[in-house]
Write a protein that binds this ligand. Sequence first.
Ligand code: GDP
Ligand code: IMO
Ligand code: MG
Length: 426
Amino acid sequence: MSTLVIVGSQWGDEGKGKITDYMAQEADVVVRSQGGNNAGHTINFDGKKFALRSIPSGIFHSNIKNVMANGMVIDPKQMLEELRSLEERGILNYQLYISGRAHVVMPYHQRLDGAYENLKKENKIGTTKRGIGPCYADKANRIGIRIADLIDPESFSIALKNALEIKNKELKMLGEKEYTFDEIYEEYVEYGKKLKPFVCDTSLLLEEEIEKGAKVLFEGAQGVMLCLDHGTYPYVTSSSPTGASVPLNAGIAPQNIESVLGICKAYTTRVGEGPFPTEIHDELADYIRERGHEYGTVTKRPRRVGYLDCVALNYARRVSGINYLALMLFDVLSGLDKIKICYAYELDGKEIYTVPANLKEYYRCKPLYVEMDGWKEDITKVQSYDELPQAAKAYMKKIEELTKTEIAIFSVGPDRHQTIRLKDIF
Ligand code: GDP
Ligand code: IMO
Ligand code: MG
């Protein structure tokens, strides 16, 4: 196969960065097609640790073409800082291509993100405050600024004037400080100059690569349960992180998607607000949080922790078209006597197997669990399925059974080498 989509199948932070980096060893192209620097993708190899935010995880391989496609929202200031810090750490020979159709996250987007969150008080979403929602809203409202504008000072001047006309009224209405044109223009023209050499028609590039038979990896950000359409709205991000969104967000034909790998923790985490039926509040949550270092890559917030939710996972499989799973952070669960997996929800006395659209109903859903034996053995050095303890094998089998999806990869530690491939899917 030559194309593979990597999607987060839960609420983000499943280990997409690790698996993209691992699969990138065989790839020619790595594409980020949605989201922006709300993502935080951690990658560990050769004793080094990197946390990428908007740059694709193929950046460490000099032979790989890294694409930031049209569906992304790019904060040029942060992105250039990210690139500089990679260069400072010796990542100098990279290939990077940015779509002129991607949207630019502007400083007023960040200010508005914070302002809307404050206004929502107890209904706040718990966003990363990186301006992602307001930037996508401007895109839909047709007052966004695109990378193609940013790199052309004349177009940028017009686009910025037009945008400020509206955005300043919005800021004023919310009691926030307004922006002057001069405060932004020169600084962003400089960013545009630095980005210009990377900008091209990435859709064209991808078509050429796919026609050549290149191996193309699509690196999702966020997770299906944070999808604007299918997630736990309004507690979601403002783009669609599903496999189905990739053709639109990367400018490729849908028939070019051959396989979708759902990245899935052996348990569940969520950052930010919103429903989370299998959330755990006792010392088990602390045990998992500490062993799994469950603190946000971007915001450092402690992640909420819960049991594996196969109802949500099955839902993600359906709406995103997942045909294989990668089971991540499996090592974290060692040391437990028993471990539960949610197989259904109980809603008002009825057993259901899907995620209700109505949030009030979703909050009322009680998880129904199958209890599995735990295992005590440290599995961080396991290199094959056969070496796993019997109880860990049974845990995997149960997930495959409940999700009707084969586990193609399992992961027993953050390092690139702590990855066991069970099936050739790329
Ligand atoms: P992403 O946003 O999906 O790329 O995931 P993050 O990088 O935000 O969070 C995943 C965290 O788990 C990172 O700290 C990874 O280094 C770490 N990680 C990934 N796979 C494993 C694993 O199998 N075991 C352990 N212990 N940590 C892992
Ligand atoms: P990666 O790619 C986990 C969450 C935020 C918040 C909601 C909306 O690392 O898995 P936003 O800033 O996007 O408007 O926030 O979405 N969120 C993530 N949670 N991992 C992510 O990315 C996330 N990106 C956004 O915490 O609840
Ligand atoms: Mg993350």
